[in-house]
Design a protein around this ligand. Sequence first.
Ligand code: NAD
Length: 260
Amino acid sequence: MNTVTPAAAHASAAERANLSGRTALVTGAGSGIGRACAAALAAAGAEVHAVDRDGDAVREVALAVGGTAHVADLADLDAVAALPGEVDVLVNNAGFQHVASLGEFPAERFELMHRVMVTAPLLLMQRCLPHMRGGGWGRIVNVSSVHGLRASANKAGYVAAKHALEGLSKVAAVEGAPHGITSNCVNPGYVRTPLVERQLDDLAAAGREDPLGSVLLDRTPVKRLLEPEEVAAAVVWLCGPGSGFVTGSSLTLDGGWTAN
Ligand code: NAD
């Protein structure tokens, strides 16, 4: 019999995640969204493994959040295999953009995007799942994008890799469910991070006027960039007490971009 009353469920959903005693691994933790996730998960009590190929940045983040830095290039699958596996919360966040028309998209760049944004998350899930299953609890959060759900021109590698990550996340949700493991994607629109600042610089260099308003936010009803901390708050919520039934989902944080 289900003994959780709506009022109790409401109260528990309002509780903050308490991740004391839990271990979290965040990829791409040296910058932007990953950095904010590392900070928010540490603030919720988790012991954080911060992973990035940028050694200086990831050491700085680990120091700031009281976690452990791991310098690894996720394109190197042997380096991924050496990362910690005793992890309760896995945040697959590292990623990058490459802008080129489909006809000119370099195949090696396309493959690299898939290695970093799909194959590395698969290998990390494989590493962490035994520990999660053993403890009967695990949270996998995959930082996808609105481009995991929709396409834009000139982003073939990114759109294809994020759609693949969505599929991987759903399989992890289905296989993880009997073991208390959830797997979800978060799907941000444009976030104020170096990744987006580089796109704005490129658009300005190409002579586009008002690249933020007229290009990036053109389709976004809420006319501002998303902050990395807002994405991190969603990631922490997915690890908290009110979200155990949320799995296999794609949580858009896009100011209405996909609705428009
Ligand atoms: P960012 O460029 O600020 O940070 C990405 C981090 O990942 C960097 O520290 C970088 O060194 C690291 N990284 C990249 N490739 C790596 C590799 N091969 N091995 C190890 N580390 C690597 O980017 P961000 O905006 O914080 O993006 C983080 C994630 O969020 C990405 O997956 C991105 O696709 C996604 N995302 C970003 C936005 C946005 O608007 N910024 C929107 C939707 C989704």
